[in-house]
Design a binder for this molecule. Structure first.
Ligand code: AKG
Length: 231
């Protein structure tokens, strides 16, 4: 499933920074510079407010007792790291309800999916903050439910802040991985035949966020449609 990527479109430009859509195999797309600097700044502000809000971000402890290397906040529905399932409240942490998924987030994820030729009606956003030593091991996103996975409904990801070295593998853990640098404002979509490809973040590249954003570290948002989502 891995292999050479190809640039298939250059839809728009933003202040001289051309957007490009790079395909990494069937169903997998890297949308470089999808967000303008202004859009990144607005997204960053919302992420910070939510993560420091009444239902704050936290460091999940997963099944087996390992602590994740990110701060996480789930919107819409909560991903329980002990049961690997979605639920309305954070029963593995503090019992608080997952905050609603803002309409502007839904709309952003629909736009990104559409730009990659797919559709998504998300009911979940997992927001992760990576500091300079943040990372995430290789995994598949397969907790969204049988129907969602069978339809290949995409995972839509968008990043703001420092660059991440994102690893994109195949559908088996032992498949080779392709490193992709996800920069601030980039989006990434994997659905259809790519929906169950392994992926992770091996490292953050500190000091690479646009200076105008005034941010250290990286925010990543992944949008998904669980089987509880709108059909
Ligand atoms: O931070 C990223 O780019 C990937 C996040 C991810 O793999 C996840 O939330 O499942």
């Amino acid at each position: 499933m891995t292999g050479k990527s190809s640039t298939i479109a250059a839809p728009t430009s933003d202040a001289g920074r051309a957007n490009t859509l790079v395909q990494l195999g069937p169903g997998a797309f890297h949308l470089r510079r999808f967000l303008s600097l202004d859009a990144q700044s607005a997204l960053l502000e919302t992420c910070r407010a939510l993560m420091e809000g009444p239902v704050p971000a936290y460091v999940p402890v997963v099944r087996g007792g390992g602590r994740m290397h990110v701060r996480m906040l789930c919107l819409g529905r909560h991903w329980n790291g002990k049961t690997y399932s979605y639920e309305p409240t954070r029963s593995d942490f503090d019992g608080l309800p997952a905050p609603p998924l803002p309409e502007e987030f839904r709309s952003l994820s629909r736009d990104i999916a559409r730009a990659a030729g797919m559709t998504l009606e998300p009911d979940v956003c997992i927001m992760n903050y990576y500091d300079a030593v943040g990372r995430m091991g290789l995994h598949q996103d397969k907790d969204e439910g049988e129907r969602s996975l069978a339809l290949g409904l995409p995972v839509v990801s968008v990043s703001v802040g420092d660059t991440a070295r994102f690893l994109f593998g195949g559908t088996r853990r032992r498949d080779p991985v392709e490193p992709v640098l996800l920069e601030s404002g980039d989006a990434f979509v994997f659905g259809g035949p790519a929906r169950l490809r392994y992926h992770g973040v091996s490292r953050i590249v500190p000091g690479t966020a646009p200076a105008a954003l005034g941010v250290t570290g990286r925010f990543n948002l992944t949008f998904r449609q669980s089987d509880n989502g709108t059909p």
